[in-house]
Design a protein. Sequence first.
Length: 278
Amino acid sequence: MPNQKKPPQPRSTEDILREMEEMARESGSDSPAPSGKSGGGGLKSFIDFFVKVVPDEPEAPPGPKVTPGMDTPKSKSAATHSTPASGPTSGAPARSGPRVGDLVAGEPAPKFDPPQTDADLSSRPFDEIYSEAGITASPCSAADLATLMDNPAVANQPLSVKIIAVNLALSAKGIGIDAPIADAVRRDRALDAFQAMLNDRAAAAEQRNLARIQQLTQETEEYLKRKQAEMDALRSEIAEAKRQSTDFAVRREAEEKRLANLIAPFLEGKPNPVTVAN
């Protein structure tokens, strides 16, 4: 029976891009593709621009059940498009992009030697770190990717539109999206290696200086003990001198009274010249 519905209104470019994004998400899921939406053609080329991140040991889900006698061309097509991207099934293996972890897996890890300098390495420019790590020019570096994403032509567009535009621009130059991703991974590994060098340098400085700090602490404590003993001796000397002065003052006053009383009868009313406790 012919379809009596009116033809749909023309869709805008944003609607088409949104539908492509939804189709891309559905194509990467474990559920079968909806009827009428194929995973091939232009959509598959669009999906193949992306680098798929998959687990180290993905578990392949069981394939769709096929009822005997129902092996129609439509069911075969649905089974083919429902094949998960993480691994092959009984049919042809699904095409997938390289794993992010494998992009630079064969390259030696960067290594930094602690510099013999007292300069502040925490403020070292990133470009110098990347250069010392041996990061060479890339067909499309992470900086180039940022330039493409900030291009005025797509700067105010939704992220999905930016992704499509960047992938198309790279494809036109024969460059895959894995190039800037690999460049970003290399730079990240360089930063991690530089951080590890700083951590090892700090640990070595701590281990090297702790023994000296302990020695200086012990010497300081012994020095303070000696100086404390010297100060105590000086204070004792002061106290002893004051004691002697006080004790003599008591004896002197008693002696002066004795002398004053002794000559008082002979002064005939004159003032006594002996001072008492003056």
